[in-house]
Design a protein around this ligand. Structure first.
Ligand SMILES: Nc1ncnc2c1ncn2[C@@H]1O[C@H](COP(=O)(O)OP(=O)(O)OP(=O)(O)O)[C@@H](O)[C@H]1O
Length: 409
């Protein structure tokens, strides 16, 4: 804004006592004329200033209106992909269009790859959205005290022992490891067919060590928008550090850690990026205090070896389907709160449940209970288990067209 010119000097009237009457009159007249001209000039300035004030007021109104429109007009969502010297690369949600754009200076220093932002029609970043809480809540299951105990898990005693040794001992007795000079395993990978108790094991160990159980499904990590997978991985580890002691459980880890494929689609690149973030979190894991990490997969054969290196998931524990004794034990666990007739021989039933997982056995027990209820009985009989078995087998026959799934480990 230009500075206003200085005000005209105030005219002075100098009357000399020696002056004649006529001279005095002339001097006064001249002074009066100067006063009139200064007055005119000041009038002129005042009217200019009034005009200018009007102009400025108009401008303020216009800016206010523009601001209102900006505030109320819709913005689009995008994710920051990269911060470059030439600007910010964003990917718009919905159409996945990549754009090189800029952020307003007050936002620029706060932006990071993976951030969710609001952009306007010209793709300029207007707002940094705080998505941490909602994406965390959506993608993670957080349980401050899961209810599963080791006694709820049957048929995999050896696996329970190994998990306790690898996860529980470092949490409850870290000095022991220090004194002996042994590094506890960084991460534990549970692998085996679905429904064999992998999630239960992770929950039980969290419960028995009074740790918060934080579960993230690998499929959640890859279903998100570009950049969000790696962001979620960071959130996951940050949250665990906030809540320590904590057990992080990543289910279906194969979704993010599969062997590299030849395809160069951006989806794969995104999955790779998420996996790299996971690896880097695990590599910096030592400083994270009382946090243990367990992952699970049904597809061990698919895993990228990078995640199995020392310092990452370096303790592998196979969780198989139960053998006959295991099946009997699981049957007893899942019927312990049921009113089961004395004629029921669990050992005998267990022999016919070849290839059943823990989850299949739990479903069978519930189904047997349903048969008793339908029959309006309060106790469950052997015939109910047989009927439940027949129903399950029948359903299997109708649905398993190509034969049982085979898993390679
Ligand atoms: N070993 C077991 N002992 C007792 N119950 C079991 C066992 N395995 C599975 N179950 C029952 O099956 C349910 C599902 O098990 P869980 O979720 O732990 O399996 P999972 O191996 O994690 O399966 P997925 O690979 O499909 O995630 C449990 O809630 C429990 O009722």
């Amino acid at each position: 804004m230009s500075r206003s010119p200085s005000l005209p000097d105030r005219p002075r009237l100098d009357l000399d006592p020696e002056m004649s009457e006529a001279e005095r009159l002339a001097a006064i007249r001249q002074h009066y004329e100067r006063l009139v001209s200064v007055n005119d000039e000041l009038d002129q300035r005042l009217s200019e200033a009034t005009d200018r004030r009007e102009e400025l007021r108009e401008e303020v109104e216009q800016l206010k209106r523009r601001n209102e429109t900006l505030k109320t007009s819709s913005l689009y969502l995008a994710t920051v992909e990269e911060l470059t010297d030439d600007g910010v690369v964003i990917k718009q949600h919905g159409n996945n269009q990549e754009v090189l754009t800029e952020a307003s200076p007050h936002l620029e220093s706060d932006l990071e790859a993976g951030d969710r932002v609001a952009i306007n029609d010209s793709f300029a970043i207007q707002q940094l959205l705080d998505d941490e809480t909602d994406s965390r809540a959506q993608a993670m299951e957080i349980d401050a005290s899961p209810e599963i105990v080791y006694d709820d898990i049957g048929g995999i005693d050896e696996q329970v022992r190994e998990v306790r040794e690898a996860v529980e001992d470092p949490l409850t007795n870290p000095e022991m490891f220090e004194t002996v000079g042994v590094e506890p395993p960084s991460g534990v990978l549970l692998y085996g067919p679905p429904g064999t108790g992998k999630t239960m094991l992770a929950k039980a160990v969290a419960n028995e060590t009074d740790a918060t159980f934080i579960k993230m499904a690998g499929s959640e990590l890859v279903r998100k928008f570009i950049g969000e997978g790696s962001r979620l991985v960071r959130d996951l580890f940050d949250l665990a550090a906030e809540r320590e002691p904590a057990v992080i459980f990543i289910d279906e880890i194969d979704a993010v850690a599969s062997k590299r494929t030849d395809s160069k689609t951006s989806g794969d690149a995104e999955v790779q990026r998420t996996m790299m973030q996971l690896l880097s979190e695990m590599d910096g894991f030592e400083d994270r205090g009382e946090v243990r990490i367990i992952a699970a997969t049904n597809r061990f054969d698919m895993l990228d070896e990078a995640i199995l290196r020392p310092g990452r998931f370096d303790r592998l524990i196979e969780v198989p389907k139960p053998n006959v004794e295991g099946r009997e034990h699981i049957l007893k666990i899942h019927t312990r709160n049921m009113n089961v007739d004395d004629d029921v021989d669990f050992a005998d039933i267990a022999t016919s449940l070849d290839d059943y997982s823990g989850a299949d056995i739990a479903a069978l027990a519930t189904e047997a209970g349903m048969f008793a209820i339908r029959d309006e009985r309060t106790e469950i009989r052997r015939a109910d288990f047989d009927a439940a078995y027949a129903k399950v087998e029948d359903a299997d026959e109708q649905t398993t067209i190509p034969g049982p799934t085979t898993y390679q480990y």
